[in-house]
Design a protein. Structure first.
Length: 556
């Protein structure tokens, strides 16, 4: 069991203790320990009791709880608290802006113990009348509920890929030649349907054992529909005759809007594909009057126009990445040391590693004080002296303050090779103020990269409203690179805005925002969505050499 999973159990126990007014001090102890648990460099499962109890802020209570979790997978105390809690309360915990104290009021004073009743109470205006809430809170709850409802039955890209591989392994043990198709192949940011093709000639429908669960009404002899291992996400497994494999695969690996595209003769791609007898997708596209379009780009966006003018462009790949920028270490809230992070970057074939720990205002993430910055820079100089053909680049993720200023005084900002400027607080500004805040930060002469533009967390939090084109224009005017934050939780900037960046000459940096060594591999997700936009290696900052990257930064 990972430290993060242990922290989740401790955090939920603390929240439920507070919810049920069981033990306020105990609740505070649990909740205050979560941050420490998530930042530990060592896996708790490998530690002795004496080592756990020696952790600052821990003691007999936390040591006992952690040992119980490691032995049983949970806490008896949590099990008892869960039994006292209506199931719907756990859904209310997901509503943005509702802490335990407000949830306690909703439940104890208004009798609201599920999101359906909560929504009705908001629509009837009851929440706005409740002391401590008001109209603004009521509107915010309704917005959050609408967002959560729209995300039901969806998975983030990383979770979908893991589940799809698990299903593929089971199907492949039953049938030969099984293929993944659909949203996973198209690399959609979130996935609500997992699709597979089973090559199978002749009569007879597919028979899938547990943990597959069929939806009889939605299935047919050629199409199995249902779920897998009690996951909410829908599954489709299609039986396809050998002679139809090429065009069926192409259909499943294309969004509906892509298939509606017309060629110069006015023919729809869908009809063209269905009537095709050609032996490859490349041949189908060529006969349709287009160059081959990769599955990631088949969204019905601007791919036909793009392929005509960019057919010779080298679209970014994992192998074309030369380095990584925007990563964290134990200097702030990362789980691995600076050296461990850099060594792993070198191990996976990169030639430079950019460290961008949190700045001082981010106290929740142990942001670096100026004296700590100096200490880190001294370590970087020592490490760089030891490396050959590899460099650590001195960066910082500087908070963009509410007024648009960067964290730190200018003399500290000037000590970095580059600055990733990001918003982490006050996310509720209106569109004009939020946009102006970012533009002011972009215009700061020390800003090199604009981090996770919208602030969204996929399936969890919508991005704040922004005038995107104004921000992109400002980046172009100030030689600021746009980040594509590759964390599967973010994938931000949204790929649909990358074309607008490229049209203005704004480069993209595919940044993992890694807080662990293996977090560097999240750049795989960034590459996948960057390919949807047709991002070239030439316009990807971290596809450039160390010397070329430093030239870009030195322009600032």
């Amino acid at each position: 069991m990972s430290n993060s999973e242990i922290a989740d159990i401790i955090e939920l126990t603390g929240k439920l203790l507070d919810l049920h007014d069981k033990d306020e001090m105990r609740s505070k102890t649990y909740l205050s320990s979560v941050f420490t648990l998530e930042r530990l460099e060592t896996d708790l499962s490998t530690m002795q009791s004496s080592e756990i109890s020696a952790i600052r802020g821990f003691g007999k209570l936390m040591t006992k709880n952690i040992e119980e979790i490691l032995q049983t997978g949970t806490l008896q105390e949590l099990t008892e608290l869960v039994a006292l809690t209506p199931q719907g309360i756990f859904d209310i915990f997901k509503v943005k802006g509702l802490g335990v104290k407000k949830i306690k009021v909703l439940w104890n004073e208004l009798g609201l113990d599920n999101i359906n009743d909560l929504k009705i109470a908001c629509e009837n205006g009851k929440i706005a009348l409740q002391k401590g809430f008001g109209q603004k809170t009521q509107d915010s709850i309704l917005e959050s509920l609408a967002f959560l409802q729209a995300q039901q039955g969806k998975l983030r890209m990383d979770k979908a890929l893991v589940l799809s591989q698990e299903i593929l392994a089971v199907l492949s043990s039953i049938y030969e030649g099984v293929e993944e198709v659909g949203q996973v192949i198209r690399a959609t940011q979130t996935v609500d349907l997992l699709q597979f093709i089973v090559p199978k000639d002749g009569f007879g429908s597919l028979k899938l054992p547990e943990p597959f669960e069929i939806d009889v009404k939605e299935s047919s002899p050629s199409m199995w529909r249902g779920t897998f291992n009690k996951n909410q996400i829908k599954i489709e497994v299609e039986k396809v005759a050998s002679k139809d494999l090429v065009w069926k695969r192409m259909l499943r690996n294309s969004a509906d809007e892509h298939l509606k595209l017309k060629n110069e003769k006015g023919e729809h791609l869908l009809q063209f594909v269905q009537n095709s007898k050609l032996s490859s997708e490349s041949e189908i596209y060529e006969a349709f009057g287009s160059f081959y379009i990769i599955p990631e780009m088949r969204e019905g966006f601007t791919e036909l126009d793009w392929i005509k003018s960019n057919k010779n462009e080298q679209i970014v790949t994992w192998d074309s990445l030369k380095g990584t920028l925007h990563n964290h270490s134990t200097y702030s809230d990362g789980k691995n040391t600076l050296k461990q992070m850099a060594d792993y970057a070198k191990e996976i074939g990169l030639t430079y590693f950019g460290i961008a720990d949190h700045s001082q205002t981010a106290t929740y993430a142990s942001g670096l004080k100026p004296e700590t910055v100096l200490k880190q820079h001294e370590e970087i100089s020592l490490l760089n002296a030891q490396y050959s053909d590899f460099k650590i680049i001195k960066g910082i993720e500087s908070d963009i303050l509410p007024n648009g200023d960067l964290d730190y005084e200018n003399d500290v900002l000037a000590s970095f090779d580059y600055v990733v400027a990001s918003v982490h607080s006050v996310l509720n500004m209106d569109i004009d103020r939020a946009t102006q805040r970012l533009i002011k930060a972009i215009e700061n002469p020390y800003t090199s990269i604009l981090g996770h533009l919208s602030g969204r967390l996929l399936l969890s939090r919508e991005g704040y409203p922004l005038h995107y084109q104004k921000i992109i224009d400002a980046c172009a005017a100030n030689n600021v690179v746009m980040e594509l934050n590759a964390s599967p939780y973010r994938l931000d900037i949204d790929w649909r805005y990358i074309e607008a960046c490229l049209n203005k000459g704004v480069m993209i940096s595919i940044n993992p925002d890694a807080h662990t060594m293996h977090g560097l591999l999240d750049m795989h997700y960034g590459v996948k969505v960057a390919r949807k936009a047709g991002l070239s290696s030439e316009m990807t900052l971290n596809c450039k050499s160390y010397a070329e990257v430093m030239k870009v930064f030195n322009k600032k």
